[in-house]
Design a binder for this molecule. Structure first.
Ligand SMILES: N[C@@H](CCC(=O)N[C@@H](CS)C(=O)NCC(=O)O)C(=O)O
Length: 255
């Protein structure tokens, strides 16, 4: 089997989907770390792999792929066991509707992530705006990214914006809660699929972006997340880079 390389970053939800999928499939892979705060994801060499300038991206057999759910469907097609995609057309449509549902709240989630996690991380490094400019300029010539990162570094948390985005996110969680209320174990029914992998990493981060009581508000989502977290792929996919680490080899989970 040929090499699988995953372009990844610390503590963000989208690449975790691909890690979970690869671990569920029992595949070894190499993670290459990008520093999102310093805009590694906008480097010209990385934009050749993923022109959207985001993680994750995957290289397999000389082929490049991006978009976590697209990558996961590719992995499932190339490595069909155990299956993570429903066999029937409607099951597949339901799975992809969950992808769209998640994608729909990714934008307000991202705004919150930059207000909380993004600002905390960058501001706690103690980097000066001048040094930040110098570092980002080594990676991209696009002034827009420098301005954006400088705002993340210098502006305090915008609680009004956060509160507004939380209202949007809670509306989406209410819908997910209602759909799980029929007692199904997984989002598409009886079987664990890529839909569950698409939703869980982002839902898990709600407390970090300021919605601490998500599982009290939405008990069916709480039970769903307990089921996801009981799978060995959850814990095994939660790793982060060590200081100075540029890549890491991940071996398959023991059967
Ligand atoms: N729909 C994309 C979303 C990818 C995405 O938003 N990635 C975030 C991390 S979770 C990122 O790379 N952020 C860096 C940036 O915004 O420049 C996917 O599922 O792959």
């Amino acid at each position: 089997m040929s090499e699988i390389v995953l372009y990844d970053a610390a503590g963000v939800p989208s690449p975790r989907r691909v890690r979970i999928c690869l671990l569920e499939k029992g595949l070894p892979f190499t993670v290459k770390w990008l520093n999102l705060g310093l805009m590694d994801q906008k480097r010209p060499d990385f934009l050749k792999i993923n022109p959207t300038g985001l993680v994750p991206a995957l290289v397999h057999d000389g082929r490049t792929l991006y978009e976590s759910n697209v990558i996961n469907e590719y992995i499932d097609a190339v490595f069909p066991n155990p299956p993570l995609v429903p066999k029937d057309a409607y099951g597949q449509a339901r799975m992809r509707m969950w992808f769209a549902f998640e994608n729909d709240f990714a934008k307000p989630f991202r705004d919150c992530a930059y207000e909380t996690l993004g600002k905390e991380r960058l501001q706690s490094t103690g980097i000066t705006p001048e040094k930040l400019r110098e570092e980002i300029s080594k990676r991209t010539k696009n002034e827009a990214y420098i301005r954006f990162a400088t705002r993340v570094l210098l502006t305090p948390r915008d609680d009004e914006l956060l509160a507004e985005r939380h209202l949007l996110l809670l509306e989406k969680m209410e819908s997910m809660e209602q759909q799980l209320a029929d007692g199904r174990p997984w989002l598409c029914g009886e079987h664990f699929t890529l839909a569950d992998i698409a939703l869980a990493p982002r839902v898990d981060m709600f407390p970090i972006i300021g919605i601490a009581d998500i599982y009290q508000r939405f008990p069916h989502i709480g039970k769903f997340m307990e089921r996801v977290k009981a799978r060995p792929s959850w814990e095994a996919s939660g790793f982060r880079p060590e200081p100075g680490e540029s890549e890491r080899r991940i071996e398959p989970l023991a059967a």
